[in-house]
Design a protein around this ligand. Structure first.
Ligand SMILES: *[C@@H]1O[C@H](CO)[C@@H](O)[C@H](O)[C@H]1NC(C)=O
Length: 355
């Protein structure tokens, strides 16, 4: 499996940083093979894609036609020919979107017995809308690269936000520490993991180090244990948000950033550009993301503000709005995103280490 992945992706080089400006094309370029070939060359230059092959061109054509066709439909979201446009959906999901959330949660079993509880279960005065970015409580968009570490990015974002809410200071924290060190349980570096285990790990190992003290490398290394308990944000365990229940997710988001697992299969999510994503998606929770707020459009389409870890070039500057409310699939949510919601807990008087 690992060798396979390595073979596929060592020949397929995408420079995942940069290229924030979106790639534009003219309808008539799709009409001829020459037009598509020119478009492929322009796209390669735009995204600094070194690889070129007939296979990749075939995939590119498939994706371009899919974007074109979908954008002519009357959907509340649009797609774009982004940096992933020469990947098949299978390759894409395996490379960028597979933290195996549902799989690992099933192995781990039911968390109901654990004594954390849900602090916000009785909250009734929910705001009509909220956006933690506007309260300076969400770090800038990050980029996981070709490492199945979305679980670490989602966990870290939620910890950054609860810390910002409790202390008034937004500090960027370390995904790499989780990738290197949190491998005693179900979590496994670039090969997937779950946020619930990450919160337990952080609680039990002296907190989560800052990005500055334990920077991102995108590969698993030996754990630097000397960093435990230094320059770190501490936690007091985590919230038990009831699964498959939209109102509980809302109560949680009203109090911080929530991590969710979703099913990213389908070309639409890979090529998402803007608008409210409404596709029902699949059934398997794989890719980890953060809900950082909620609101509705002027037309009354209710949505979550969801943060991804694929750089600013994907979606709405790195974010996607996903449909919520009665029009979304219930009780599981768009792309089964209510299956395994999680959130760290930090008591207001809990001190950090050397911050
Ligand atoms: C919510 O209300 C119920 C019933 O009054 C109570 O038993 C429970 O402890 C409350 N939960 C929290 C987190 O305060």
């Amino acid at each position: 499996m690992e060798t396979n992945k390595f073979l596929i992706f060592s020949v397929y080089l995408v420079f995942i940083l940069g290229a924030v400006e979106s790639f534009e094309y003219l309808d008539k370029e799709l009409e001829t093979e020459e037009g598509l070939q020119d478009m492929y060359e322009r796209w390669r230059a735009h995204h600094n894609v070194a690889e070129k092959s007939p296979d990749r061109f075939n995939v590119f054509k498939h994706n371009v036609r899919h974007v074109h066709k979908t954008n002519k439909m009357n959907k509340p979201y649009k797609l774009k020919v982004n940096k992933f446009a020469a990947m098949t959906n299978y390759e894409f999901v395996n490379t960028y979107a597979d933290s195996k959330i549902g799989h690992i949660m099933a192995l781990r079993g039911n968390l109901k017995d654990e004594a954390w509880g849900f602090s916000y279960e009785n909250q009734t005065d929910l705001p009509k809308s909220i956006d933690w970015r506007q309260k300076n409580a969400v770090a800038p968009i990050k980029n996981q690269g070709q490492c199945g570490s979305c679980w670490a990015f989602a966990a870290v974002c939620a910890v950054e936000t609860i810390n910002a809410i409790r202390t008034g200071k937004l500090v960027t924290l370390s995904e790499q520490q989780l990738i290197d060190c949190d491998s005693t349980g179900r979590n496994n570096g670039c090969d997937g993991g779950i946020m619930q285990e990450a919160f337990t790990f952080i609680t039990e190992h002296g907190g989560l180090a800052t990005d500055a003290s334990y920077p991102y490398e995108g590969h698993k290394h030996p754990c630097d244990k000397a960093k435990f308990g230094h320059h770190s944000v501490t936690l007091n365990g985590q919230e038990m948000i009831p699964p498959d229940d939209e109102l509980s997710v809302m109560k949680a988001v009203a109090n911080g950033v929530v991590t969710v697992g979703m099913d990213p299969y389908g070309d639409d999510f890979m090529l998402y550009s803007e608008g409210v994503f409404t596709a029902p998606g699949g059934t398997t929770s794989m890719h980890a993301l953060n809900i950082v707020g909620y609101d509705e459009t002027p037309e009354g389409i209710q949505y979550w503000i969801v943060r991804n870890s694929w750089g600013e070039g994907w979606g709405e500057k790195g974010y996607v709005r996903m449909q919520r409310g009665p029009a979304a699939p219930q009780p599981k949510g768009t792309c089964v995103m209510y299956g395994h919601p999680a959130m760290p807990r930090k008591d207001p008087d809990r001190p950090n280490n050397e911050l």
